[in-house]
Design a protein around this ligand. Sequence first.
Ligand code: COA
Length: 139
Amino acid sequence: MEIRPMTIADYDEVFAMWQITSKRALSQADEKSQIERYLLRNNGMSHVAVIDGKIVGTVLAGHDGRRGFIHHMAVLPEYRRRHIGHKLAEKAVEKIAADGIDKTHIFCYQTNEAGQKFWSDFGFEKRDDVFVFSFNNKE
Ligand SMILES: CC(C)(COP(=O)(O)OP(=O)(O)OC[C@H]1O[C@@H](n2cnc3c(N)ncnc32)[C@H](O)[C@@H]1OP(=O)(O)O)[C@@H](O)C(=O)NCCC(=O)NCCS
């Protein structure tokens, strides 16, 4: 298995993978132009896991200059529980830390028990003292 930086050339394969792994989390922000902008703004920080030339896992990592954020941590179902996700998450926090950012946040649906267990077991602290508020300037 190889873990390498994601490029926009990976987009079609990655987006097809997300249809399987992350459909509920997908939005307009995942259109090609938006992902291209994200990769440029967070150069070299997002990664894919590749086995026999096939992308089997992804992690988008970046920061806003203050806090790190990880999105679309995903592994294809048939490749799960082989620590591929763990290695991708390690790469993400390593890249964020290398930019001098101390704390990283992830968003996880309350109903996603496997996702919560994954992040807790990795070492992320589940917060009960914070709500996420979102504002959509197109609505
Ligand atoms: C969450 C996800 C990325 C985990 O990927 P993975 O490659 O299977 O995870 P790993 O093999 O690296 O797991 C590392 C550890 O996390 C925990 N873990 C991972 N998946 C788990 C599950 N389904 N149930 C309980 N614990 C789990 C375990 O402690 C595991 O270590 P172990 O296998 O030695 O017990 C994968 O299940 C996935 O793509 N899910 C759909 C997308 C998603 O929900 N992403 C997270 C959004 S918040």
